[in-house]
Design a protein around this ligand. Structure first.
Ligand code: ZN
Length: 111
């Protein structure tokens, strides 16, 4: 599948951009603890936002890494839950998608 080369390049670019963002969030968190005592309340609120962002970004990083390794082992575009092929439309919209539309809407983790 030659088109996977383009997807892979796209995913790798997205990954390096995300990793840069994680780096700047982490330095923001470190800086936040260096402030005056009376700014603590505000800083704590900011920390929560930053930590939420951080977790989201890290989740995305994990997904993209998984997608890249799936291209390498030939399982890219196959649903990791049910094993059926993921639709081309979905893969085009979310290149790092690991599950088909059905499995992602069913969210088996909340069951
Ligand atoms: Zn599925």
């Amino acid at each position: 599948m030659p088109q996977h080369d383009a997807v892979r390049a796209q995913l790798e670019e997205q990954l390096s951009r995300l990793l840069k963002r994680v780096g700047s969030i982490e330095s923001d968190l470190k800086r936040a603890h260096d402030r005056d005592w009376n700014e603590q309340a505000i800083e704590l609120e900011n920390d929560e936002v930053l930590e939420g962002l951080d977790a989201m970004t890290e989740g995305e990083v994990r997904r993209i890494r998984a997608a890249i390794s799936r291209i390498a082992n030939g399982t890219y575009g196959v649903c990791s839950t049910c094993g059926h092929p993921i639709s081309a439309e979905r893969m085009a919209a979310i290149p790092s998608a690991l599950t088909c539309v059905t499995c992602s809407t069913e969210q088996p983790r909340s069951a």
